[in-house]
Each structure stands twice: as structure tokens, then as C-alpha cells.
Design a protein around this ligand. Structure first.
Ligand code: NAP
Length: 259
């Protein structure tokens, strides 16, 4: 399917690895020029080179922390008016409700709620002027069903979800869509670090921890960044203009719910 995106320009945040990279690769395969971001310059450059070589698109890089005001300003100075914005950042650490202080919540809120909101605030006006735009926020299945160890994620992402529910319906008439893509467990560094938590807590091997977590997913496996990226690229495509303000699970059936 031709996604109709050739020549469009996208900012993909937190995209040197994992799900962000999966989205960047899929958009590049559809002919989208990219601004990629991550904190570690070396990994970011390697990813950018690989994408340029594989897809022949223009890829610019901004090595910075997207959860800071300075980082966001740097990314926006390179591309203030993207056609497509994919919001992403690292997820908050696991723990228990009794562990966290205000400071922990503030960090999670900045990373997983306020950063995407601020990036939308700056880029939506350009999309509205142009009469076309796409925003996809990488959130989590924890939005639909809370994950006990990820209370910081449950909380911050709920705030972003509420913002998107309202704002997406205010910008849809201008040809701009905002949707959230909710990953379940995918084979990335983040999943490996959460597997490591299970290893530590239960005194089992990494293989056992992964088997245990795979058994909780009806598809009986972890998702891949490639599959996730393809779903993101479809939401960004010309075919997805009537999908507005949705929270789309990409979790192998892991969230046990009827709707
Ligand atoms: P990942 O494999 O650890 O990759 C994270 C990427 O984001 C890396 O490129 C990293 O590069 C970059 N990054 C992290 N913090 C950043 C920051 N402050 N500023 C700029 N770049 C940053 O993670 P992932 O699995 O793709 O997860 C992506 C998001 O999806 C996270 O919010 C995670 O909580 C959520 N999620 C993931 C899963 C899963 O199973 N994988 C499930 C549910 C939700 P640098 O470290 O160099 O900055």
C-alpha cells in the first residue's frame, strides 16, 4: 500500500533504538525525511546512517534530552513545522506506590506527559495552517489497564491521554489527526530491563522471566519494533485521516478487555 507520505517531513523523538527507531524506519521506507533524536550521539548517528543507506531519505539528528525545554527547542530549531510528529521518550522506572516522592512524579510527568504536550503546542499551528498533519504518541498498554509496578507510567500517561482526547477533536477539522499507539511488551532494551526486574525479584533466569512474561500474551511472544513502526506509519498515512483521538493497542492481545 502506498502510504502517500513521500516527501513529507517528520520529527521522531527518542528514536535511536526500540519503538522510536521502528517508527522512524517505517516512515523512511514510505519516503519521509526525518529529524531523529536521542541523548547518546554515537548510537543516534549509527541509526541515522543505517536509515539513510536503507531508504535514501534525508535524515537529520539532534542529540539531546527531549524531556528538557532546551532539548525540545533544539529539535524544533531544526524542523519547526513537521508534517508528522511522533512523540516518545524513555519510560519511568518501576517501583511501588509507596516509593515515589513528588520529584519522581515530576520527572515522569515531564517525560511522558508535558514533553509531548509542549511539542504538540509548537507544531500543531503549522499543521493547521497547512491543512494536514499527523501526531502519534507512543504511550503504553498501561493506559488501558494499569501495570502494578509502573505507577509512574500509569499516572503520567493517563494525563497525556486526557489531553489528546480533547485536543484531537479540536484540530481534526483542519486535517490534523492525533492518536496514541499503546505498546504491550516488545523486544527492546526497555523490555529487557523490565525482564531484569523479574529476574531480580524472583531469583529466576532471564530466559525463565521472558517465558513467564510471554505466557501472559495471547500471541505468546513479544512484539517487534518493525511491527510497531508499521502501525505508526499507517496512522501517519493519507489513509488514516478519519482516525481521530484513538488509543490503539499493539499488544498481541495482552490487554484482556472486550473493547
Ligand atoms: P528503548 O528500547 O529503551 O529505547 C528508548 C529510546 O529512546 C532510545 O533511542 C533512547 O536513546 C531514547 N531516549 C530515552 N530517553 C530519552 C530522552 N530523555 N531524550 C531523548 N531520547 C531518549 O525503549 P522502548 O522499548 O522503545 O520504549 C519506548 C517507549 O515506549 C517508552 O516510553 C516505554 O516506556 C514505552 N513502552 C515500551 C514497551 C516495551 O515493551 N518496549 C511497553 C510499553 C511501553 P538514549 O538513551 O541515547 O537517549
Amino acid at each position: 500500500m502506498d502510504l502517500g507520505l513521500k516527501g513529507k517531513k517528520a520529527i521522531v523523538c527518542a528514536s535511536s533504538k526500540g519503538l522510536g527507531r521502528g517508527c522512524a524506519e517505517a516512515l523512511a521506507a514510505a519516503g519521509v525525511d526525518l529529524v531523529l533524536n536521542a541523548r547518546t550521539a554515537s548510537t543516534l548517528e549509527e541509526t541515522a546512517d543505517a536509515i539513510r543507506t536503507a531508504h535514501g531519505v534525508n535524515v537529520q539528528t539532534v542529540a539531546c534530552d527531549i524531556t528538557t525545554e532546551e532539548g525540545r527547542a533544539e529539535v524544533l530549531s531544526v524542523l519547526p513545522d513537521p508534517d508528522i510528529l511522533v512523540n516518545n521518550a524513555g519510560g519511568p522506572p518501576p517501583g511501588l506506590w509507596s516509593d515515589w516522592e513528588i520529584d519522581d512524579f515530576e520527572k515522569a510527568l515531564h517525560a511522558n506527559m508535558l514533553t509531548p504536550i509542549m511539542l504538540m503546542k509548537h507544531t500543531l499551528p503549522h499543521m493547521i495552517d497547512r491543512g494536514w498533519g499527523r501526531v502519534v504518541n507512543i504511550t503504553s498498554q498501561s493506559v488501558k489497564a494499569p501495570i502494578p509496578a509502573l505507577g509512574l507510567s500509569n499516572s503520567a500517561r493517563a494525563g497525556l491521554t486526557g489531553y489528546v482526547a480533547g485536543t484531537s477533536r479540536q484540530v481534526a477539522e483542519y486535517g490534523v489527526t492525533i492518536n496514541n499507539l499503546l505498546p504491550g511488551i516488545h523486544a527492546t532494551d526497555r523490555a529487557q530491563s523490565l525482564d531484569g526486574g523479574v529476574v531480580k525479584a524472583q531469583g529466576i533466569t532471564m530466559e525463565e522471566a521472558q517465558k513467564q512474561r510471554q505466557a501472559t500474551i495471547p500471541a505468546r511472544r513479544y512484539g517487534t519494533p518493525q511491527e510497531f513502526g508499521a502501525a505508526c506509519a499507517f496512522l501517519c498515512s493519507v489513509h488514516a485521516g478519519f482516525i481521530v483521538g484513538q488509543n490503539i493497542l499493539h499488544d498481541g492481545g495482552g490487554t484482556n478487555a472486550t473493547i
